[in-house]
Design a protein around this ligand. Structure first.
Ligand code: COA
Length: 694
């Protein structure tokens, strides 16, 4: 006997009403089977003389997350979603969408084509296609503005803005919010409207979208989504739809969406969508490993990191014990955290009462005994291996057996730190980035002995903090800083050879980074970078040690933004201005080292900075420090400013071709004579093989 799978759309008659229910877990994606099922339901509606109307509903936790993203990689099979939405709209009998949970993308397009929309409270609506480098292609662009106007449609289509039920109701996107049972209210509405002609969205007038408004939208979107094609195309298509007969506009919308799907940008953004979800799953961990409950968090160390992490935990609703070294450090931490929240209130993000609730969850003390029954303790003291080992042993002695301990080191040997505890299975790393309350990235660091459920707990904990987390292994600087340091080093070498800070930063911002590496160094503080260089002097190459430009800037009192001057001059603001004094300093440096400045082509600047990152990423994959190339891409696009529409460094390398990357790297290795440009073995192998890292 074969067991057949349940239909993707089941339909049943309730009285005279036909109800079609989408059932395609986990997110009711509109796969071919669902589209065909909806067409069948419509056919049944038209042919069943007793059926007076159709309700389209869905099972599970949402109405629909839209088109099945997996289908985008191949030939999409008929019926197309546009055929479904057009047939729905043209139905001679009324069709109502019963929406709950989430209606995104194609899911919302189905609802827009129905004659009425009723939603359960708490439903979220959106057209997120632009975040996948494409746009709605089944009537979303042509229908939505007819219901909600141009401004709301622009925000939803060109920016992927999601809205809640109340806003959807006031904007005119939905007709009613169900106060009771959603299905009962849909059936009641069908009774109410019996005998009236179904109102069709396509018969409403399209709002005016004048050229001035178009130009303003293009300019704003170009600034906000630099280099992205889809937001600009959204303006083109809205302008087109405002002047084109409905059916022609539908066809043009569909063609444009299909064309966008085959762009490199859309491939890159779809890759990231999948990679972000993959990153949450830890490679090699037992399937049944479950996250442990975390309620109370202890944080040891009241410096910048400790305070930032404390605020992050409070914002996420945890009870926090923050432990300093002395009464004085505890007092300073309390003041600093109050100041962080005062500025949040000033900016209107929270009100006094909300801040009060958060601060009531915070205890600041200066004895480790106050860690009490913490489920998780994060050690954040300064980066000194002996001091950290001492503190970790001391924490170990006071917290209960179940407590998970993590260290927030950014480059120390984590296995050595693990040996300072009696609970290595309950010990791992969490590398937050400064400012921890604002930056959305965390590297969770696995140690040899860490148990699977501890690792799963840390991923779940980071998610509750609203962070994107990637699991990495021990390595000097883990993944983010190890890769970033190669770009920083390359920027220094380019300065040595003749580039200016403004050339390097311009080339990389044109590539798509929001800030160039040298303006970024000014933000981080050149004194901090000089201290890091000092700490690592023993492992640096001779050339790197001799590239002491940062030290020279610091010696001149140029510490970066905080001192009003670094690689750039800042005047009173934060806007970097080229500074002739830096030119003079660089010229003196080169003269002293006997280097003749040369004009470096922009392509070389870009390739050396970006390919140095890619080469290091390949080495990290080779060493097994990170499990998947997609993890590196998530880390760079979520946390380090790599443009999402290029998909992250590893995807970008595959897209431009690993043979090309290999040849360029080998060329720089030969020309510059530096070992580190030698292509990673993985690049060598994959350039000759499948052309992919994964
Ligand atoms: N098509 C195919 N698969 C989808 C999907 C879609 N439109 N949307 C989500 N999924 C998959 C995810 O890849 C994930 O798969 P996995 O379990 O194998 O990793 C699973 O559904 C659950 O999604 P996830 O994002 O982990 O769940 P969530 O509850 O956190 O979020 C959504 C649910 C719907 C809000 C979120 O998935 C989302 O925003 N999806 C994208 C919607 C979209 O862009 N639609 C337009 C398509 S053009």
């Amino acid at each position: 006997m074969t067991v057949s799978s349940p239909p993707a759309v089941s339909s049943e008659r309730i009285g005279n009403v036909l109800v079609a229910k989408i059932d395609n877990p986990p997110v009711n994606a509109l796969s071919r089977a669902v589209r065909a099922g909806l067409m069948d339901a419509l056919h049944r509606l038209e042919t069943d003389g007793n059926a007076t109307g159709l309700v389209i509903a869905a099972g599970g936790r949402m109405f629909s997350a839209g088109a099945d993203i997996d289908e985008f990689n191949g030939e999409i099979q008929q019926p197309f979603l546009g055929d479904v939405t057009n047939s729905l709209e043209r139905s001679s009998k009324p069709v109502i969408a019963a929406i709950h949970g989430t209606a995104l993308g194609g899911g919302l397009e189905v609802a827009l084509a129905c004659h009425y929309r009723i939603a359960a409270g708490g439903t979220v609506f959106g057209l997120p296609e632009v975040r996948l480098g494409t746009l709605p292609g089944s009537g979303g662009i042509v229908r939505l503005p007819r219901l909600v106007g141009i401004d709301q449609a622009l925000a939803m289509i060109a920016e992927g803005r999601r809205i809640g039920t109340e806003e959807a109701l006031s904007a005119g996107l939905i007709d009613r919010v169900a106060s009771g049972d959603l299905m009962d209210e849909c059936i009641a509405l069908l009774d109410e409207i019996a005998g009236t002609a179904p109102p069709r969205t396509g018969e409403r007038p399209f709002p005016v979208f004048d050229t001035e408004r178009q130009a303003a939208a293009r300019a704003a979107l170009a600034k906000k989504y630099r280099g992205q094609e889809a937001p600009q195309k959204a303006v083109d298509l809205l302008a087109m739809a405002s002047q084109t007969p409905f059916d022609d506009a539908l066809r043009l919308e569909h063609e444009a969406c299909r064309a966008l799907l085959s762009t490199a940008q859309s491939r890159a953004m779809r890759h990231l969508f999948k990679a972000e979800r993959e990153a949450g799953k830890i490679a090699g961990v037992a399937k049944d490993a479950a996250a442990r409950p975390i309620d109370r968090v202890g944080i040891v160390g009241t410096g910048t990191m400790g305070r930032g992490i404390a605020v992050t935990c409070l914002d996420a609703g945890f009870q926090v014990a923050l432990i300093g070294r002395s009464e004085k450090s505890a007092k300073l931490a309390r003041e600093a955290i109050s100041n962080i929240y005062a500025s949040v209130v000033r900016r209107g993000r929270l009100n006094e009462q909300q801040v009060g609730t958060r601060l009531a969850q915070l205890e600041i003390a200066y004895s480790l005994d106050r860690l009490g029954e913490a489920d998780l303790v994060i050690e954040t003291i300064s980066e000194d291996i002996d001091a950290k080992r001492t503190v970790i042993s001391a924490i170990d002695a006071v917290v209960p057996d179940h407590t998970i301990m993590v260290t927030n080191t950014s480059f120390l040997d984590i296995e050595q730190l693990a040996r300072a505890t009696k609970r290595p299975a309950n010990f791992a790393g969490m590398h937050f980035f400064n400012p921890a309350n604002l930056l959305k990235l965390v590297e969770n660091v696995r140690t040899e002995a860490a148990s699977d459920d501890v690792l799963v707990t840390l991923m779940a904990f980071a998610k509750r903090l609203g962070k994107t987390a990637v699991m990495v292994g021990p390595s000097d600087g883990f993944v983010a800083n190890r890769m970033l340091s190669k770009r920083t080093r390359e920027a220094l070498f380019l300065l040595q050879e003749g580039a200016t800070p403004q050339q390097i930063d311009r080339v990389l911002t044109e590539f798509g980074f929001p800030v160039g590496p040298l303006a970024l160094a000014d933000m981080a503080g050149l004194d901090i970078l000089a201290a890091t260089r000092k700490a690592r002097a023993a492992t640096m190459s001779k050339r790197e040690r001799e590239a002491d430009i940062i030290e020279r800037l610091v010696a001149d009192g140029r510490l970066g933004q905080k001192s009003g001057a670094g690689y750039y001059a800042y005047g009173d603001g934060r806007n970097p201005q080229p500074d002739p004094a830096v030119e003079t300093l660089l010229a003196a440096y080169r003269a002293e080292r006997g280097i003749e400045a040369r004009t470096i082509p922009d392509d070389e600047v870009r390739e050396r900075c970006v390919f140095a990152i890619i080469n290091e990423g390949a080495k990290l994959l080779e060493e097994g420090v990170v499990a998947r190339p997609g993890d590196i891409d998530v880390l760079w696009t979520k946390g380090l400013g790599f443009p999402a529409h290029l998909g992250g460094p590893m995807h970008y390398a595959e897209e431009i071709g690993l043979p090309h990357v290999r040849t360029a790297l080998a060329g720089y290795a030969a020309a510059i004579g530096d070992e580190y440009f030698k292509p990673a073995q993985l690049i060598e192998q994959r350039a000759d093989g499948c052309g992919r890292f994964g």
